[in-house]
Write a protein that binds this ligand. Structure first.
Ligand SMILES: O=P(O)(O)OC[C@H]1O[C@H](OP(=O)(O)OP(=O)(O)O)[C@H](O)[C@@H]1O
Ligand SMILES: Nc1nc2[nH]cnc2c(=O)[nH]1
Length: 197
């Protein structure tokens, strides 16, 4: 694979190909259109990972809407999350607006929960959430679910379709899970034992 030169991405396993992603985005667009078509919603991509899912979803939404972004992060190039750090808020006024927050992945949910809270407090009329990927586990922040979900992944660190692994891999077509030895090593802060590859 072209990214086999990047040690963290070497040996990654394809979980969903680009065809599956496109099908999922088509379905999400239909669901979103049913709920928000005619409401002139404000669509907010969550930078950086939400950039590609939002960019692929928007042309599928065939009704009047506005677009802005928010930049909040809690992983900062690591494989486990910490405090949510805000880098940018939308410049479009959100009071009284119907919002759709678009992100790449819902994992533990702290990122989306923080964003939803901030926008509700700022007076949004409604805040909906769309994620390309929902990670299956029972560690969700207050049981949070997204309103629109593209695909599910098992409880492994994934990259591609906007998602990075230590800064790389966002541009990969398809969704890949990193080698479990690399993920395990990150959890225990050791060098991965991948010599035979
Ligand atoms: O559900 P959570 O456990 O909170 O994790 C999900 C968040 O983690 C990633 O962002 P990250 O902080 O890595 O920033 P990025 O968008 O720049 O990749 C991803 O883009 C989501 O926003
Ligand atoms: N790229 C990426 N970002 C995440 N943020 C939370 N979980 C993940 C994950 O599995 N992959």
């Amino acid at each position: 694979m072209p990214w086999d030169d990047a040690p963290d991405l070497r040996g990654a396993e394809l979980i969903h190909d680009q065809w599956a992603i496109d099908q999922a985005l088509d379905r999400m667009a239909r669901e979103i259109t049913q709920d928000l078509g005619g409401r002139n919603p404000l669509i907010l991509g969550v930078m950086i990972g939400g950039m590609i899912p939002a960019g692929r979803l928007l042309p599928r939404l065939d009704f009047p809407l506005e677009v802005d972004y928010v930049h909040a992060t809690r992983y900062r190039n690591e494989l486990s999350g910490e405090e949510l750090v805000w880098h940018a808020l939308p410049t479009t006024p959100i009071e009284g607006r119907d919002l759709l927050v678009v992100d790449d992945i819902l994992d533990e949910g702290n990122t989306l929960a923080g964003i939803i809270d901030a926008f509700r407090s700022a007076g949004a009329r409604s805040v909906r959430t769309a994620v390309l990927v929902d990670k299956r586990h029972d560690r969700k922040y207050q049981g949070l679910c997204a309103d629109y979900v593209g695909l599910e992944v098992e409880d492994r660190y994934v990259f591609g379709a906007g998602m990075d692994c230590r800064g790389l891999g966002r541009n990969a077509d398809g969704i890949y899970a990193i080698d479990q030895r690399i993920e395990q090593a990150a959890k225990t802060q050791q060098e991965p034992d991948t010599e035979e590859r």
